[in-house]
Write a new protein. Structure first.
Length: 189
């Protein structure tokens, strides 16, 4: 397992502060105080608050992209692919609820990486939508509006970062299975 660097510590602490206060409200001084160091010391490890935000959001977006690529290239049925998408969201969120808060709430502050992030997000959603459409065409899913299905599923999955920290005894596999049952079987009845 990779040893956490000071830069990693800064990113973890910043993501917690961003979740609590919002990216715009957090200053470098706030971050330094939370870490128990001087603000000037932060700049030995990072260039700016913007770089921290990029590190948080882009790494998660790329993790989702990588996961989705594996899903769409698998030989699984469309229902199984949807279950794998639920698993992907649960696993990423359960390991990084603070980062997911930034991904959902602060992405618009990405500045020079905004276009790249939006490209990743749009491709992810297009792949998700295609799985649903293929599921409808193959009669694995009932004939319903694919965009509403995707919106309903993504709304739930994207808000997991709010709910997961309140569940101390959370088992990610059980949550994935329960969510798949509700979200996938729910849209199919």
């Amino acid at each position: 397992m990779k040893q956490e660097t000071r830069k990693d510590e800064i990113i973890v602490t910043a993501s917690k502060l961003f979740k609590e206060k919002g990216y715009s409200a957090v200053t470098m001084r706030d971050l330094a105080t939370a870490m128990g160091i001087k603000a000037a010391s932060l700049y030995n490890h990072i260039n700016s608050k913007q770089d921290i935000l990029k590190a948080i959001i882009i790494s998660i977006a790329e993790e989702f992209t990588s996961g989705m690529n594996a899903i769409i290239h698998s030989d699984a049925s469309n229902i199984d692919k949807l279950e794998k998408i639920v698993d992907l969201h649960v696993n990423i969120t359960s390991h990084n609820t603070n980062g997911m808060a930034s991904l959902n709430n602060d992405w618009m502050h990405l500045e020079d990486q905004l276009g790249y992030y939006l490209q990743l997000r749009n491709e992810y959603e297009a792949n998700f939508l295609n799985i649903i459409k293929e599921g409808i065409l193959s009669s694995e899913l009932k004939n319903s509006n694919p965009e509403i299905i995707m919106f309903s599923m993504l709304t739930t999955l994207r808000s997991l970062y709010l709910w997961i920290p309140k569940k101390e005894d959370l088992n990610a596999n059980d949550l994935s299975n329960s969510l798949s049952e509700v979200l996938i079987e729910g849209i199919n009845n």
